[in-house]
Design a protein around this ligand. Structure first.
Ligand SMILES: C[S@@+](CC[C@H](N)C(=O)[O-])C[C@H]1O[C@@H](n2cnc3c(N)ncnc32)[C@H](O)[C@@H]1O
Length: 418
């Protein structure tokens, strides 16, 4: 049976979005859904825009600044809908970190396309293809899924109760009353809500670096999991996993990184809990390196992605003491559990000699590990991120190069080989 969504009369008729052409190119099967459920139906009145004069995010209230609000919502970009988990932390009510947003429309289209839904799939509310969405946010992506698959075939989980309430209300008032569970999407839902391997697709709109095993367990064999994958070290890539088998005791999924995609992380995978202050640690071990940090730290398509797979739990920040001097900076690398850090300093003099000062402190020698990962990357022919994939099983997550039969082993830092 096909059921048309019942639209509340208070909702304004949709205007064509300027980015619909890009959506059509990225995901032709989803254009009708984007046209039927416009973004502005789901975006709350309070959004946030980048502070043009300093750091952080400034509030934009739709009632007070309707044009700015409409401009933000019309862009093919993400729009921030919550900062600092709902409690702005910078002075003057300015937000520091983005904690919820409506994602970039073209990116959403790419992700939806990556779900590989059958092209002849028609909207229906009876049994059909079932999707679990993690990270409801505004509910817009949820509505797009519901439009294509039928309201009853979509379940969405949102960790933040206020955001979940907003999404539930927006979905109900626009004719897509999807079940929105308030909870942690990394956990399996309560037993009463949960049949084993219930879903044909799982899509997360928040990034992870440890793919939750519960997603694999909840997806049927042959089903597809789409998630942005991202470590605190690097921007993220879209990961598309296919569930190879799923029994009550054993489940497995495997697949490749396929696209660039930058998303906010799942709440429990944020990182940044500890940031060292190297200036207060005079006893750090000093050495010199001829490896400029650009490739292993910042070359996203190349070595830096490899480093993020080979050197676990790495985080980084880059500090420019003079914002007008792009040739003098310090790269800080750190890992919270072992309280280890390393710095590498780039100056015009160091660039001239191609020798850079390294300081390392703590149980792990992070720069040595990065150099070992760089050597590995060179020996393997400079693989790019789309050559890598992940396999998720009961024993954990394993990265591989080219094929699941070629798992990445542990690497040995140069000084431990000496
Ligand atoms: C990028 S936003 C979602 C965008 C959304 N799909 C939309 O169309 O508006 C990511 C959302 O994931 C939520 N989130 C973060 N960690 C979560 C978790 N462990 N379980 C469920 N939701 C989570 C955040 O609160 C945030 O609302």
């Amino acid at each position: 049976m096909t059921t048309e969504p019942v639209r509340a009369t208070a909702v304004a008729p949709p205007k064509p979005a300027p980015w619909l052409g890009s959506v059509r190119a990225a995901a032709p099967g989803w254009v009708e859904a984007f046209e039927a459920a416009p973004r502005e139906w789901f975006v709350p009145d309070l959004v946030w825009r980048k502070n043009p004069t300093g750091r952080g995010w400034l509030p934009v209230n739709r009632n007070m600044e309707p044009e700015t609000w409409a401009e933000l919502v019309a862009t093919d970009d993400f729009v921030v809908t919550q900062v600092d988990d709902g409690h702005p932390t910078l002075p003057g009510g300015i937000g520091r970190a983005v904690t919820s947003s409506t994602s970039m429309p073209t990116m959403m289209a790419v992700m939806l396309h990556t779900l590989n839904l059958p092209t002849d799939l028609h909207r229906r509310n009876g049994p059909g293809l079932r999707v679990l969405e993690i990270g409801t946010g505004t509910g817009w992506n949820t509505a797009l899924l519901a439009h294509r698959l039928g309201v009853g075939n979509v379940t969405s989980i949102e960790i933040d109760p206020q955001i979940a309430d907003h999404a539930r209300a927006a979905l109900a008032s626009t004719g897509y009353p999807v079940t929105v569970i308030t909870g942690d999407g990394e956990q399996a839902p309560p037993a009463s809500d949960h049949d084993h391997a219930l879903y044909d697709r799982v899509i997360s709109t928040a990034a992870c670096h440890r793919v939750p095993y519960t997603w694999v367990q909840q997806c049927k064999p042959g089903g597809i999991i789409v998630t942005p994958w991202q470590t605190p070290y690097l921007g993220s890539a879209l990961l598309q996993l296919t569930v190879t088998h799923s029994t009550t005791t054993d489940a497995m999924a495997s697949g490749r990184f396929i696209e660039h995609a930058s998303f906010m992380p799942l709440r429990a995978q944020r990182g940044g809990d500890w940031i060292p202050d190297p200036d207060t640690e005079p006893d750090a071990a000093e050495s010199a390196t001829a490896l400029h940090p650009y490739e292993p730290v910042s070359d996203y398509d190349g070595c830096a992605f490899t480093v993020s797979l080979l050197v676990p739990d790495l985080e980084k920040s880059i500090a420019f003491p003079d914002p007008h001097d792009q040739h003098t900076y310090e790269v800080l690398l750190f890992e919270a559990t072992s309280r280890s850090w390393a710095t590498i300093t780039v100056t015009p003099a160091a660039l001239h000699t191609d020798i850079y000062l390294v300081r390392q402190h703590g149980q792990r020698r992070l720069w040595d590990e990065i150099e070992a990962a760089y050597t590995w990357w060179e020996h393997h022919g400079h693989p790019t991120y789309t050559q890598f994939g992940l396999t998720i099983g009961a024993t954990g997550q394993r990265a591989w190069l080219d094929d699941p039969s070629q798992p990445l082993g542990p690497i040995t830092p140069p000084d431990s080989r000496a």
